[in-house]
Design a protein around this ligand. Structure first.
Ligand SMILES: [Fe+2]
Length: 220
């Protein structure tokens, strides 16, 4: 399943304090959903000044940078973030079930300058709406390449009480604060009733022969 993945190289370390310093505070209102699960423990992430040197799959640049000077909106991380996710571009494992979802895009400044070596950290539920809070299933982080590009292979997240389908993501360019946000799918029946949903965070999605191909650019 990983035959199309770009190559990976090693990275140095980033301090957990630096990574988490600018994360938005947890919103108490979020605890109503699926809070019977235990919040995972945290540990340091990896980071580097080295670049990936990879060539993510074909991108169709549709950046919103430069249009308004606006950056990607922040959203709550919710209670299920874990800072010790593995470095990987595919979250799929041998027992991962669900509809395959490829997400690509760039990390850019508001002036459309690509931000290389940006951390992209993703966590989401499985197809049944469950977070893995004891392991790292459907959790992973990677770094953008020299053109600020990322490539993520995962599945369409499931539903859990009170929420529409969503991916959780933290994005941090070198020497910049962390953006914590969530991404949504278009035309989801529960989008309109979801208390966190924002149309600005909808991914552009196309159906493909083996799943869905999504695009989202982060503007910092
Ligand atoms: Fe969530």
């Amino acid at each position: 399943m990983n035959a199309n993945l770009p190559n990976k190289i090693g990275f140095g370390r980033i301090s957990r304090r630096r990574f988490l310093r600018r994360s938005p505070p947890f919103l108490a209102v979020f605890t109503f959903a699926a809070c019977s699960q235990t919040a995972p423990k945290s540990s340091p992430h990896l980071y580097s000044d080295a670049h990936l040197g990879t060539s993510p799959k074909s991108l169709s640049p549709t950046p919103t940078c430069g249009d308004s000077g606006l950056s990607t909106p922040a959203q709550t991380p919710g209670p299920f973030y874990s800072a010790n996710s593995p470095q990987r571009q595919s979250l799929l494992e041998a027992d991962t079930a669900g509809s395959r979802l490829i997400v690509t895009g760039q990390v850019l400044t508001t002036d459309c300058v690509p931000l290389a070596n940006s951390l992209i950290d993703v966590w989401q539920t499985d197809a049944q709406g469950r977070y893995d809070n004891t392991g790292n299933k459907l959790r992973g982080h990677q770094f953008t390449d020299v053109k600020g590009r990322y490539w993520l292979e995962t599945i369409v997240p499931g539903l859990y009480p009170g929420r529409t389908r969503h991916l959780h993501i933290k994005v941090q360019a070198p020497n910049r604060p962390v953006l914590t946000t969530q991404l949504y799918l278009p035309e989801e029946p529960l989008n309109e009733s979801d208390f966190l949903f924002q149309p600005e965070l909808i991914m552009a999605i196309q159906d493909t022969a083996d799943g869905k191909q999504a695009r989202f650019d982060f503007v910092l």
